[in-house]
Design a protein around this ligand. Sequence first.
Ligand code: ZN
Length: 229
Amino acid sequence: MAEKSAAHVIIMGPQGAGKGTQAALIAPRLHLEHISTGDLFREVMAGDSELGQEIRSYVDRGALVPDALTIRMLMDHVDHVLGGESEMRGMLLDGFPRNQAQAEALDLALRERGDRLVSVVHVDVPRERLMERLTGRLVCPNCGATYHRGFNPPKVEGVCDVCGSSLIQRSDDTPEAVERRLSIYYEQTAPVLDYYRAKGLLLDVDGDRPIVDVSERIVEALLPKFDVD
Ligand SMILES: [Zn+2]
C-alpha cells in the first residue's frame, strides 16, 4: 500500500468562536478528516498501542507530552485514515499547533511526508462578543441541561425547564475566568497566526455571522486552493 501525499488544513480560533461547529460542517465538504488533537489523545491513550503507553507515561505523571510524540501520533493517524481506498485529501487539524515551535515541527513532519499545508483557517469573533457568548452560559446542576441568558434562556428566569432546579453559572464561565482564558489564548496563538500569515497561508474568517454563512465563506475560499495540483 503506497503512501499517498496529502493536503491538509488547520483550523484555529478562540473558545466561543464556533470553531468546532465549523470544523464539523466543512470537513466532509472538503474531503478532509476532522482530527481534534484532544479527542485523538484520549482515543490513543485508551488503546493498548506502544504509542498510547508512551503518551500515557507522560500524562500519568502530569508532564507535558513532547511535541515530537504528538506529531508522531498525528502522522500515524494520517497514514491510517488516508491509507487504502480512502477518498480523503488530508486532515482538518484542530487543537494543534498551539505555539510557534509546534508549528515549525509540524511543517517539517509534513515536508518529510511530501504533504502540503493548504491553508490555516482562523475563525475569530470580537472579544466582547466572545465574552457575551461565554459568560451567558447557565447549567442545571441536577440534570445537566444547559441554557444561555441571551440566546437560549429558560422559560422562567434561573429555573431549569426540564427539572425545575435552580440554574447555576459554572466557575469556568465567570467574566474573570473567561477573560483569563481568552488572554492566554491570544498571547499563545498570536505568534502562530503571524507565522502562517508570513507564509501566505492564513485565512481570516469573521465568525460573528450566521453559522452557514461562515462555513460557505470557508469552503469557497478553500476549494480553489486544492485544485492547484
Ligand atoms: Zn434540570
